[in-house]
Ligand binder design. Structure first.
Ligand SMILES: [Zn+2]
Ligand SMILES: [Zn+2]
Length: 323
């Protein structure tokens, strides 16, 4: 089967975004204004403000080079472990990204929470469905930090994405990067994108090595920096995740998958099955492009690259049957 020519990710035209951020509105140390200033100075154009259980739309921060996405983070804990059992408590954390803050404002202002029934997958999926109806994209956050495993996430439905990397969790205990969870969700039949984010609380200064800002981001190929355009690009999966390296274009041409990157040690194409296409730089060197003939039988595939600093970037999964 020869796949049609298609651009999966453009070479240019990206807006850098942090899609998980806490401010003084919940348990973060910086105000929304301070977040905007710091992230703009680092080249970011978009921040989703995901304060705990507090839906907010900071449209007052918008300018021609900055866009605030209306959002919040909610949770559903394993209450059976009881008070005082925080270190062992499993929990679902979900980010809710508002696709149209002009709609259903009264209901969103109440920041609806999932039912407190940990383990009742049907009730959690009903909640996700209701949030989708209300206009939210729902992201499943940091499963590794949440002490969750396949049994907790294989049955989730209606998700827009999951966090493949969470920089704050990486600082907490080196449990911020969990590509295995994404692959397992895909192999369980879920259709969802992968993203990386800071989940910053900024309890120490930016100069401290334990500061949790600027380590996990997405690059979004939106037509312009406008709310509807960014949401359209997110829905279409026109973005990639990163801890630092860049993906500078991904396309299918004459049945060959062609990817360009910033200097990398390794470029991998992970698939539904065990087979993996790969190109590695000679030791001590780097590469910036790779090409892989596609059979069309990959089931799904996703790019993952690693640079010489040990930092990763990658794409969401693509399904050859639909290309
Ligand atoms: Zn969380
Ligand atoms: Zn968070």
């Amino acid at each position: 089967m020869k796949l049609d020519d298609k651009i999966l990710l453009p070479e240019t035209g990206y807006y850098k975004a942090n899609l998980h951020c806490h401010t003084t509105i919940s348990d973060g140390e910086l105000t929304p204004e301070e977040i905007k200033e710091a992230y703009k100075a680092r080249g970011y154009s978009i921040v989703a403000f995901t304060d705990h259980e507090r839906y907010r739309w900071h449209r007052e921060l918008d300018d021609e080079n900055f866009l605030a996405l209306a959002a919040y983070e909610t949770e559903c804990c394993d209450f059976e472990t009881g008070p005082g059992c925080w270190p062992d408590q499993r929990t679902y954390h979900l980010n809710l990204y508002d696709t149209d803050p002009e709609k259903n404002q009264a209901e969103k202002a109440q920041s609806p929470r999932p039912p407190r029934r940990y383990g009742d997958m049907a009730s959690l999926n009903e909640y996700i469905d209701r949030m989708n109806q209300l206009g939210f994209l729902v992201c499943y956050n940091h499963p590794y930090w949440s002490l969750q495993n396949y049994n907790d996430y294989a049955g989730l439905r209606g998700l827009f994405a999951m966090e493949i990397f969470n920089y704050g969790c990486e600082h907490d205990g080196l449990y911020g990067f969990h590509p295995q969870a994404y692959d397992e969700m895909l192999r369980a039949g879920q259709r969802l994108f992968a993203l990386s984010a800071d989940d910053n609380h900024d309890r120490v200064p930016f100069t401290d090595p334990l500061n949790d800002s600027f380590g996990g981001f997405v690059q979004i190929a939106a037509e312009k920096l406008a709310y509807e355009s960014v949401i359209e690009a997110l829905r279409a999966g026109r973005f990639y995740w990163s801890m630092g390296p860049e993906i500078k274009g991904l396309r299918v041409e004459d049945g060959v998958l062609k990817v360009k990157t910033s200097p990398a040690e390794k470029i991998f194409v992970i698939q539904k099955g065990r087979d993996c296409y790969k190109k590695l730089a000679p030791r001590g060197q780097t590469i910036t492009e790779a090409q892989f003939p596609l059979t069309g039988k990959e089931g799904w595939f996703r790019i993952e690259i690693r640079d010489e600093r040990g930092l990763y970037a990658g794409t969401s999964a693509y399904f050859p049957a639909e290309l």
